[in-house]
Design a protein around this ligand. Sequence first.
Ligand code: AKG
Ligand code: FE2
Length: 281
Amino acid sequence: MRPRKWGFFQIINHDVPIEVLENVKDATYKFFGLPAEVKNKYSKEQSSSNNVRFGTSFTPQAEKALEWKDYLSLFYVSEEEASTLWPSVCREQVLDYMNKSEVVIKQLLQMLMKGLNVDEIDDTKESLLMGSMRTNLNYYPKCLNPELTVGVGRHSDVSTLTILLQDEIGGLFVRENDGDNWIHVPPIKGSLVINVGDALQIMSNGRYRSVEHRVVANGSNNRISVPIFVNPRPADVIGPLPELIASSEKAIYKQVLYSDYVKHFFRKAHDGKKTVGFAEL
Ligand SMILES: O=C(O)CCC(=O)C(=O)O
Ligand SMILES: [Fe+2]
């Protein structure tokens, strides 16, 4: 596992029980199998809250060709809110997946911080690194002309870290650092794919790099994936961690309001790893 070089890896011996992963995959199929009018209750037009959103593609108004994907995005506020707002076919399964993943997330963050010689994650730091979480259920329907579109265009995540559960279909590709080689991420049963996001690139002052990835459209199979985006809170101001700058390193990123950073990401179509330029000094 070499996140500094790669920023993308799979873990197999983790503490999230396999049933929890299987259950959230089943629940994902159940949600997307619901009649359109039921799913549409969670659409931008009809949803009673911004924290629950069913939609298609990424930023349809900015895209030349729509991404071949539907999603349900669930921003976690509290169990109480989830119990009133989240669809009942997947609520318990997603909450369980998020709760069980928290231990793994904390272990990963501890390891990553150690790599920066930051030994203690106090409450302030914990909140900056993982103060908010969003889980997406992604559904990529079989596409008759897969060469004309993509599942998800090339991008890096705006998260600190992303924990991704994928099914057995495959189609996720990762770009080798500074190269044009795209490497397939093979589905491994029971594994979780982990990737570093832009927020960690900024907070680590560029020592960890977020990784560009994309998903191809598939001509013969439907595919699902369930990422948990581990994020700072929207109202947090993020920048290179003070510990790094104190050790005479020059800051290469400025302080940015995290919600502004995310807004910038959503304004444009997926166009590669460009969002982070927003925070460069
Ligand atoms: O479906 C996948 O494997 C990746 C999805 C993804 O990159 C995302 O939702 O940000
Ligand atoms: Fe992604």
